[in-house]
Ligand binder design. Structure first.
Ligand code: 16G
Ligand code: ZN
Length: 546
């Protein structure tokens, strides 16, 4: 059954170190990646052969990592991230000296026919703007061919675009950029027709999008072209270094104004304009808004390094929940369940705000990692999820969409409008994964539905609780064990006891600790009414951890 030639070829591509398929796939310095990407090409093909499907996806990107890094991840036929079972298979296939055994297992257990299968699915490949990305994609192509499968390369695309292509292709829809942008533009047009409280013409808003010098800048151009949204100025579109002192991850972690390598593009913005500032990350699956104070005499460049006020992912959840509730109220709920999924790291003030919204909004907490949020969100008719880092989307179930379509066909004018607007949200929000490009237009649309021109209206919905988030370098991060969606520490005993005692003596404070899934550090988080007190309390936790 196994072709010796295939095994021999795979064996030649052996990584020089051990790799593990983590939450973001395989990631490392680009020099180390050729064998990993080759074997991932084999893996993608095997995955495609293991289930009836049109295609699976393979994306070459290292997201917000420095430009010399790269990475690879596989996309399931439904557009979601690789299943946990296949994550384990991926790690084995990449690391083994002799892959024969794992390939044989796949043939038997996953029914992967390495040859002579009549239906040959395709592997869809995309890559980001890194120098190493295109050459790596050619290795994936070689591997897919070796497995006898078809290969379709989309060239430079954002990660969420590739997720979208894979999802719609498996649903029988043509997968291309036109279709991707048309869907978004359709939703935007519907909302502008029925729900915007201020018109496009009379507004004095400028939207500045920091593209992190990544692949998102090209996608932003497409978005602007199709939606015809006005006054969008893209900066950091590729002249500067990828993710260096700019981009969503940098802003969220450092809370400072980015370097703008092409700031001349925005110097002519009128001084009385309202500015919406936001940043994409390197592969455009995260979006972070922020507010920067600028006096008339300041130039944009002079703001670099100054503190900003970040509107984290939680704020997008809140905005989405508010608008969805507004439309659903017109439909008297329509018996649709609406869940907002957060992790324990969402600011407590956002959780309290969301809980206060009441029916039909339900708030749920899950463990860190997009897959946990996404899985929980899919259990609702409308599932809203965002991580604080700016990754998220709004997912609509098929039955929710059918329900809305029925209303549109059969009922009175105002309910029809509300249903149309909800459907429009489902067409803007990427239904496969969090997407910074579509979320940019989504956020701008939601703000318009609320009638807010200024970001401070959004910001003043509630005040974030003071908080501290730190990474601690420890010898062995794995000794930290948590339960209850990372909200309770159970080991080691010393850490667990300190946190328990502090939580009991200071009930208005909250403390979290967990090993990072992406770095060799332990992350600690504390939140409460006074920053001064918090600093003091967090020190006690740090002392026992270190
Ligand atoms: C990965 C996850 C992200 C999570 C982050 C936590 C995906 C696609 N990404 O980037 O959801 O927030 O890890 O990293 O799953 P940490 O464990 O190092 O804090
Ligand atoms: Zn990313």
């Amino acid at each position: 059954m196994l072709d010796d030639n295939v095994v021999f070829e795979i064996q030649k591509w052996k990584p020089s170190q051990q790799f593990s398929y983590g939450t973001a796939g395989f990631r490392a310095h680009a020099n180390l990646l050729p064998p990993v990407v080759f074997r991932c090409g084999i893996l993608a093909a095997a995955r495609a052969l293991s289930i009836p499907c049109v295609c699976v996806g393979l994306m070459i990107t290292a997201s917000h990592n420095p430009s010399e890094d790269n990475g690879v991840k596989i996309i399931e036929p439904d557009g979601s991230m690789l299943s946990e079972k296949w994550e384990t298979i991926a790690s084995k296939l990449v690391n083994l000296d002799n892959p024969r055994q794992i390939l044989e297992e796949l043939c038997v257990e996953e029914d992967v026919a390495l040859k002579n299968k009549s239906v040959r699915p395709t592997v869809y490949v995309g890559y980001d703007s890194r120098e190493s990305s295109e050459p790596l994609s050619r290795l994936a192509q070689q591997a897919v061919k070796l497995m006898g499968l078809k290969y379709k390369c989309f060239g430079k695309v954002t990660t969420p675009q590739l997720h979208y292509f894979v999802k719609v292709a498996n649903e029988g829809v043509q997968a291309n950029k036109e279709n991707y942008f048309q869907r978004i533009a359709m939703g935007w047009d519907t909302l502008s027709q029925y729900a915007f409280t201020n018109t496009l013409e009379n507004e004095n808003i400028f939207r500045i999008v920091d593209c992190a010098n990544g692949v998102g800048s090209e996608a932003m151009q497409g978005l602007i072209e199709y939606t015809k949204i006005k006054n969008v100025l893209c900066v950091n579109t590729g002249d500067g270094e990828l993710n260096k002192h700019c981009g969503a991850d940098f802003i969220q972690k450092n809370v400072i104004f980015p370097i703008i390598s092409d700031s001349s593009k925005i110097e002519s913005i009128p001084s009385n304009a309202l500015v919406h500032f936001c940043s994409l990350d390197g592969d455009a699956d995260r979006l972070i808004y922020f507010i920067a104070e600028k006096s008339e005499s300041d130039s944009w460049c002079s703001l670099t390094g100054q503190r900003v006020r970040v509107l984290e992912g939680d704020r997008l959840s809140v905005l989405a929940a508010l608008v969805i509730k507004k439309f659903l109220d017109v439909l008297h709920g329509g018996n649709l369940s609406v869940g907002v999924i957060q992790t324990a790291y969402a600011n407590g003030a956002s959780t309290a705000f969301l809980k206060d919204l009441g029916e039909p909004i339900q708030v749920e907490c899950v463990s860190t990692g997009v897959k946990h949020l996404e899985r929980a969100a899919r259990r609702y008719d409308i599932g809203i999820f965002w991580e604080a880092n700016g990754h998220g989307t709004i997912l609509f179930s098929e039955s929710a969409k059918s329900f809305l379509r029925e209303i549109i066909e059969s009922t009175a004018k105002h309910t029809k409008k509300a249903a149309l607007c909800l459907l429009a949200l489902s067409s803007i929000a990427n239904q496969a994964t969090g997407d910074a490009i579509s979320n940019f237009i989504l956020a701008e649309a939601l703000l318009k539905v609320m009638g807010w021109q200024d970001l401070t209206s959004w910001e003043s919905l509630y005040q974030d609780l003071p908080n501290i988030y730190k990474a601690l370098h420890v010898q062995n991060k794995e000794i930290i064990q948590t339960v209850d969606q990372e909200r309770t520490v159970i080991a080691p005993e010393s850490v667990s006891r300190v946190i328990k005692d502090l939580s009991e003596s200071q009930p208005s404070y909250r403390f979290l600790i967990r090993p990072s899934g992406t770095e060799n550090v332990v992350r600690i988080y504390g939140e409460g009414p006074s920053l001064q007190t918090l600093i003091h309390l967090m020190q006690q936790i740090e002392n026992v951890v270190l």
